[in-house]
Design a protein around this ligand. Structure first.
Ligand SMILES: *[C@@H]1O[C@H](CO)[C@@H](O)[C@H](O)[C@H]1NC(C)=O
Ligand SMILES: *[C@@H]1O[C@H](CO)[C@@H](O)[C@H](O)[C@H]1NC(C)=O
Length: 491
């Protein structure tokens, strides 16, 4: 046991990829020095069958948390018991009303001109008690049937996430949720129910959203449900010790930060593998769909050329991506017997080099990082088929700005065009990228941050019945999708 773990510093260049949560540190400014060439990209640079989509998740948009026969999720429970730890917690059960307004939303998606929509199914809306034995909620079934039918009627392909952070609270209470191997069985049953009910029309499945985040936030640092951890007070998760934005815990619900994240991750891997096996053996031939997982990672760059720093960067990759990718391509994971997930990495991310701040590249605005990460996936993991299922920029909510100004988001356009340009380069370099989903379609409920950040192509007017209003970026994306002309980010 290494109680004096040595941290090697690595320079981290964060690219906001696949994960809204990976972009939490993003700011709304883009450096001009990022390279003008990145602005030249057109729809026609992409293959004609390329997927362009927008993404959301159930808990962050649906609302109607207690309606339509839905059972509570672990997030509903967290918001109930720890309202102070979730900004805008009183709004969580409403979110942005997409459960009742899905037809309006689909019109918006259609108008936007994307061909695909990634959304998630709320497990506890289908199975209020989490397991099949607790009964199926027909209203939930009807809802997702209507949603899927309406998408297809409008020419939009559904990409469905089966589990996006919202485990039924009933399973947490019954046997400790993800910690218990019973979770694997219930997840398999729930997945099969989804395949049976919707697989005739849904051809693209994601099993689990961001298992690393789920394991670490929920069981090492306790800032997401079920909030388990065993850390001493004062550990800062996001921000600096002097100015901590998100502290760990409170570690009032038991837990073991040293072991539980690994147990949870193990069960998530088993659950994914079980659902994939079931789909492949029982449904794929008939339904002709495909199934994968959503992983979040940044692209890490060694701070120096030293072996230590290079090894540290490698470990950061492994503790983010490799944790899940390695078992999927059947390699033996290295033995690990150290203190807890974040310490076991023995590497630290930093945005400082020689006491200088490295700039917004390091905070979620590094389009080239997206390209590098795609190429890394290709080289390291046998060229898997990849959909960039989340990529997006948030801006801080500021209600005192005039609406017209809030709708002007050139920084989001710039973000989009630069990332699309780099994604296209990765494709040209042979990476098997099949699609791109902007996160998010709407300003949505960003978990613990509530409504404080706005990710949407569409503005949500929280004070006026959650009106959906296109931002400049929605218009830009629509133009991009419709035309073959070279588009440039205006500023
Ligand atoms: C898992 O849950 C079952 C009940 O479903 C219980 O009997 C068992 O002890 C639990 N196992 C663990 C490791 O908590
Ligand atoms: C919000 O906008 C107002 C008006 O422009 C500005 O004075 C204020 O500093 C902004 N607040 C934040 C937190 O950015």
């Amino acid at each position: 046991m290494a109680s004096t773990t040595k941290f090697f510093r690595v320079l981290i260049m964060v690219c906001a990829i696949m994960a809204s949560i990976a972009c939490w540190t993003a700011q709304a400014t883009i450096p001009d020095s990022d390279g003008v060439e990145e602005l030249d990209v057109t729809r026609s640079d992409f293959p004609s069958d390329f997927t362009f989509g927008v993404a959301t998740s159930a808990a962050q948009t649906e609302g109607s948390a207690r309606e339509g026969g839905r059972g509570p999720s672990t997030w509903d429970h967290r918001v109930d018991i720890l309202p102070d730890r979730v900004i805008n917690s009183d709004k969580f059960s409403t979110a942005i009303d997409s459960y009742t307004r899905y037809k309006e939303d689909i019109n918006i998606i259609k108008h936007l001109g994307v061909n695909s929509y990634r959304f998630s199914i709320s497990w506890s809306r289908l199975l209020p008690k989490g397991s099949l034995s607790g009964g199926i909620n027909q209203e939930g079934v009807d809802h997702y049937n209507s949603l899927i039918d309406e998408l297809i009627r409008n020419g939009i392909k559904p990409f469905v996430t089966i589990l996006h952070f919202d485990l039924p609270q009933a399973l947490e209470e019954k046997y400790g949720g993800y910690l218990n191997r019973s979770f694997v069985t219930d997840f398999e049953d729930y997945s099969e129910l989804c395949f049976k009910l919707f697989g005739d029309r849904v051809k693209n499945w994601f099993t689990i959203n961001e298992p690393t985040v789920l394991a670490v936030y929920g069981y090492e640092v306790g800032i997401a449900p079920p909030g388990k951890c065993s850390l001493k007070e004062g550990v800062c998760v996001i921000g600096s010790p002097e100015n901590c934005l998100v502290p760990a815990g409170p570690c009032d619900f038991g837990g073991d930060s040293s072991t539980e994240p690994y147990i949870v991750a193990h069960n998530l891997i088993l659950a994914h593998a079980t659902a994939v096996k079931l789909y492949k053996e029982k449904y794929q031939v008939q339904q002709k769909g495909e199934i994968g997982i959503v992983l979040a990672s940044k692209y890490f760059v060694p701070l120096s050329e030293s072996q230590e720093d290079k090894a540290a960067a490698e470990r950061l990759f492994d503790f983010n991506l490799g944790w899940f990718m390695e078992p999927f391509i059947h390699k033996t994971p290295p033995p690990s017997e150290k203190l807890r997930y974040s310490l076991d990495i023995s590497a630290e991310e930093t945005c400082m080099k020689d006491e200088l701040f490295l700039g917004s590249n390091c905070e979620g605005h590094w389009p080239e990082g997206l390209q590098k990460l795609m190429e890394y996936m290709k080289e390291k993991y046998q060229s898997p088929k990849i959909y960039v299922s989340e990529n997006g920029l948030y801006t801080r909510r500021n209600d005192s700005l005039p609406l017209a100004d809030q709708l002007k988001d050139p920084e989001r356009i710039s973000y989009l065009v630069r990332h699309l340009y780099r994604l296209n380069k990765a494709i040209k370099n042979g990476v098997n990228v099949k699609g791109y989903f902007y996160w998010a379609l709407f300003d949505d409920f960003e978990w613990g941050m509530g409504f404080s950040d706005r990710y949407g192509l569409y503005y949500i007017d929280f004070d006026h019945n959650n009106r959906r209003i296109p931002k400049l970026s929605a218009k830009w994306f629509k133009d991009f999708l419709e035309s073959n002309i070279v588009t440039r980010a205006s500023s």
